[in-house]
Design a protein around this ligand. Sequence first.
Ligand code: SF4
Ligand code: SF4
Length: 147
Amino acid sequence: MSQPADATFETRLHPPKLDVRACGSCTLCCRLPEIDHFAKPANTWCPNCTAGRGCSIYADRPQLCRDFLCAWMINESLGPEWEPSVANMMVYGQGQQITVLVDPDYPTAWKTEPYATQLNDWAFEARRKGGYIIVFVGDDVFKINPS
Ligand code: SF4
Ligand code: SF4
């Protein structure tokens, strides 16, 4: 069921997990974020990840990996274009911050459509509640200033 049009941004980013979505062959969250638990810098592979195949310790992966779901996995309002392996970026919420991690192999992905317009709209909506969007691209960090 789609979220109502007037649902708040926060509500739309944190609805219950969707049963219809699965990570498939996506492994972006095993590569793009910094993960202290593994002393893993951003944009490097987790040593337990096999590219295109996934986690080699899946049954025994740590709780932080079990708990993490990107926005596409839990938010039905994000269309198929936002599947991380399609968008070449992953989105997740951290309190008032919406974080966008862009695959450095596709550094301009977030500036292309339909992503640029959607991110601007999200930033506009988030700002009304004191929120904001930060985009990480390799070593570069951008705050989206909605127009
Ligand atoms: S980025 Fe999202 S879709 Fe991709 S592996 Fe992580 S949780 Fe799954
Ligand atoms: S332990 Fe597995 S699920 Fe967790 S980041 Fe590494 S490869 Fe991904």
